[in-house]
Design a protein around this ligand. Sequence first.
Ligand SMILES: [Fe+2]
Length: 209
Amino acid sequence: MLLQSEKHQKLFATPFFRFHFPEYSQLNAALLEEGRALRSKEEGVSKSNKGGWHSEGNLFSNSAAPIKVLNALATDAVVDATSTIGAKVDPKTLKLKLFAWMNINPTGGFNAPHTHPGAHWSGVYYVAQPEVEKGDSGMIEFLDPRSDLPNWRLLDVPSFKIKKKVRPMPGDLILFPSFLMHWVYPNEAEGERVTVAFNATFKKVDNSD
Ligand SMILES: [Fe+2]
């Protein structure tokens, strides 16, 4: 080649993070217990969950010990990811708010494709993910937010694939921009799939008073 290569950048790339909490087994057992208690008190709400239970209100307002631990882990993940992508966040002007809920998906339960409008980051912590020998049961799949790419699909480039699916394990926490369309494959396992999802939003601090 006669030209010197001077730059290769990724423009408009979508960040995706996966964290893991090594001491997850104790935390997850406590979260499952908390989930069972909440479920016996609340009917749950209907969102993107089909055939499952979705807790009411902000789970992170709950002061139970395992929920507080998870709130701290989720906050850490958001702060770490926000700094990794190079965002400039001054806590004096931008305040971070988290809103969480628990999903319990029985056999056959799934989450239809959706985004989380209005938030910056959305995340999912995995409490129970029943194992399956094969198939896509319980996998979360992300869809390319860019449009008009049929020609690029022909070239089989990893970063231009139309979708990307992942199978997080218990103790994993995934984090992605809230505009990213995603959905969850039906749970084909016998056990329940339990996750805590959250939205993280930076809001301008009102210094008027
Ligand atoms: Fe979601």
